[in-house]
Design a protein around this ligand. Sequence first.
Ligand SMILES: [Zn+2]
Length: 64
Amino acid sequence: MEDRIRNSENGTEGADAEKRLKCEWCGEALPEDELLKEADLGRVCRRCADALRSRGERLVIEDE
Ligand SMILES: [Zn+2]
């Protein structure tokens, strides 16, 4: 009913096609392939990974 209409308005495009996961660092929800799996931090987005690297942090990316 009304809820269904509201849901389809809120739904992001292609929401069912890709699952979104949260970056452990900034909390932003991103498609899984935008996130890197870091050994200690968990999933972090590329932006956070770059920021951490530029601060001199050593990241251990498991799937890069
Ligand atoms: Zn992030």
